[in-house]
Structures are given as structure tokens and as C-alpha cells.
Ligand binder design. Sequence first.
Ligand SMILES: Cc1cc2nc3c(=O)[nH]c(=O)nc-3n(C[C@H](O)[C@H](O)[C@H](O)COP(=O)(O)OP(=O)(O)OC[C@H]3O[C@@H](n4cnc5c(N)ncnc54)[C@H](O)[C@@H]3O)c2cc1C
Length: 397
Amino acid sequence: MDFELTDEETAFRDAVRRFGDKVLRPNERRIDQEGRIPPEVLRAMAELGLLAMPVPEGYGGIGASAVLTELAAEEIGRGDFSMATAVFFLLEAGWGSLLSRYGREEVKLQVLPRVCRGEAFLGIASTEPGGGSDLAHMRTQARREGDEFVLRGEKSFISGTEEANRLGGGHLTLARDAAGSGFHFLYVPTRSPGVSIQKFENMGRMGISTGSLIYDDVRVPAQNLIGEAGRGFSLAMEGFTIARTFVSAACIGAAERALEAGIAHVKERRAFGQPLGKFEAIQFELVDLYSQIEAVKWQCRRAAWLIDRYTLAGDTSHRSEVDRAVASVKLTAPPTAFETVKRVMMWYGAAGYTKDVGLDLGFRGVMSYMVGAEGGLNIMRIILGRELLGKEFLPYT
Ligand SMILES: Cc1cc2nc3c(=O)[nH]c(=O)nc-3n(C[C@H](O)[C@H](O)[C@H](O)COP(=O)(O)OP(=O)(O)OC[C@H]3O[C@@H](n4cnc5c(N)ncnc54)[C@H](O)[C@@H]3O)c2cc1C
């Protein structure tokens, strides 16, 4: 067992950390205030190979492993503490990887190189106004008509709706077959006739939009189908497995950044004649957070390693092990990050409540992964319950 990163992984991770320090940190407040990631930041990401990085070189990516992408996600979560850049990054990495493996050649060539250059956005549209956890009961329908699917329905709380409209691009969209033959997974360009969008006013990660996508008989070419007709549900689940690992990595980066700020502060700030860090009440909290972050980090690296070894290799023999690893880390990484940000805010006292210190960005950004983005915490518990106890213990059967 070797926990050491390869020279290539270390060099790439260091390059992304430098990018985070030099480009993301100085821009994070602006990203939060202006509600978008500046074009020059996206260009810099494209130059570093960070956009949709697992996509193979033939489609414009760098063919990165899940482990390398996980390392990059940590650094981006650490760099832009608001999480907006991390969300942009991880959606394209996770869903770009899926499209590159299961999409039709014409669509891959049409979409992926533009996504990797930062000239289009790629996301996922599964959640509906009626709910995001209980996907099997979704209402959006796709009806096959000759060489097209006709899409009708509504998706909501979808990340990147404005970006896909502004830059170009679209979402991998899960829809029920109108004739009852399973679920189709389709790439739907946002600028297709019949698609309209509505923006939500979020409380955090303001640099990437969240909105509704309303489909009024949208005609989608059959070549935009991902994988086989009627088999979209399991493909979407595979995409979530990958994206949840990168979500967790971004949360770990945010947690590490918060803890570093906390360590610097408790060494400097004095109360009752000594630095705060000398009080056991503070010191013990700090070391508990450190060990939690370390535990989650290695859990996350292992999840990425399992994905490389099995999921991306098309080997389903270890599916249960992969599902358990990913659900465990998505269950623990966001609360660890949120708890760390919250504790560090408290060590800062009143200053922690100001925008000058900047902890508000992480507080609001990480919360999105507590409430549900890429699957709620209870859904991770349900996945783990199913894996540990058996399908007959699913609470809704
Ligand atoms: C900022 C943000 C960005 C998002 N981006 C996207 C996106 O790009 N694409 C997309 O498709 N979706 C996106 N989502 C939606 C996200 O996937 C959903 O929020 C999530 O799946 C939960 O669905 P819901 O919000 O409808 O909550 P619900 O499904 O209504 O659930 C509400 C609460 O009940 C819990 N719950 C549900 N069922 C059970 C159960 N059986 N037992 C116990 N508890 C349960 C849930 O965990 C949750 O806490 C985003 C959400 C946010 C907040």
C-alpha cells in the first residue's frame, strides 16, 4: 500500500495550488459579488487543463484519472472558498467524463472540446420541482419521434443554467420514457427552441447560477442520447458516483483552508494574557477538526482510487464497494467542512462575522452541499443502508 502521490500528481497538485493562490483567492469576493466566474479565470483554467479534465485528449481534455481530478478539486475548493469555481469544475469533470464514455461520437466532438476550452458549459439536470431525492418518480418525459426525442417537463435547482445559456452548452438530462420504457439520458443544449430558464436567488456560491429549465416540446436529436435508450437511470447514478467524489474533495479543500486560517488566528490572537491556541478548549477542538479532515481526505482519495480502478475501467464487480466508499465520503465531507468553517468563525469572534475575514464565503458555499446539491445527506445514508443491510431494507419499498 503506497500513500505517496506520484511525481506527476504532486507537480499537478502544486500547479493547481499556485493557481488557487494567485488567481482564485484574489478573485473570490468578486466572483461572489458579480455572480459569475470572470472569463479570464475560465481561460486560465482551460490553459491549465482544468476544465473537464478527465475527458480524453482526443476530445480536448487531458485524460486525467479520478485521483488527479480529486486532487485538483481539493485545491479549487481551497482557492475559491465560495465554492462557485469548484462547482463549475466538478460538474464538468464528472459529467464530461460520463459523456466522453457513453455519448455518440458526433455529440462528443461537438460538445467536449468547447467545454474543455471554457467556451461552453456542461452540467446535469435531474432534480424537478416535485423533488430531487426520489428521482424514480420524476415527471419530465421524452417521447421518441423518428430521429428525435421530444422533451416536456421541468427541472429545477439546476446549476449552470445561465452559464450554459451565455457561453453555450447544456445539461445531461434525465427523463422518463413517455411509453414507459425506462429513463433516457439526453444531452440537451440550453439554447434549443422550447427551452426556457428561470433563475433562483441563492444564498451562496453566487458565481454559478442555479435555475429551472422548462421544456416545452423540445426536439432533441436521437444522437444526443447517452448510452442506450431506457437505460439512463443507471448511467446517471454512475455520473453521480463520480461527481460526489469531487464534491467531497472540494469540501475537504475548503475545510483545510478554514483550519489553516484558524490555526494562524489562534496563534496570534490573545485573551486573558495568552494566545487563544494555549487554551485546551480551543486546542482540542482544533485537533479534533484536523483529524476529522484527515480521515475524510483519505476516504476521498480511496473513493477516487476505486473509481479509477473499477468504474472508469468498466468493471462492475466492485460496485458495492465503490458505492459505499462514495456515499460515506459524501456523507462526511460536507458536514466536516461546514463544522470547520463554523468553528473557525467562532475562534475569530466578532471578526469572523465580517466579510473582511471572508469566512462567510465558505459558510454559505459549503452549505449547498449540506442541503442537497449532488444528493442530500440522508440519501447517502439510504445508499449505505442498502449496501450494508440489503435492498429489502430500503425504507421506501
Ligand atoms: C445549490 C444547489 C445546486 C444544485 N444543482 C443541481 C444540478 O445541477 N442538477 C440537479 O439535477 N440538481 C441540482 N440540485 C438539486 C439537488 O440535487 C437536490 O437538492 C437534492 O437531490 C435534494 O432534492 P430536493 O432539494 O428536492 O429535496 P427533497 O428530495 O425534497 O428532500 C428534502 C429533504 O428530505 C430528505 N429526504 C428525502 N427523502 C428521504 C428519505 N427517504 N428519508 C430521509 N430523508 C429523506 C433529503 O435528504 C432532504 O434533506 C442543486 C441543489 C442545490 C442546493
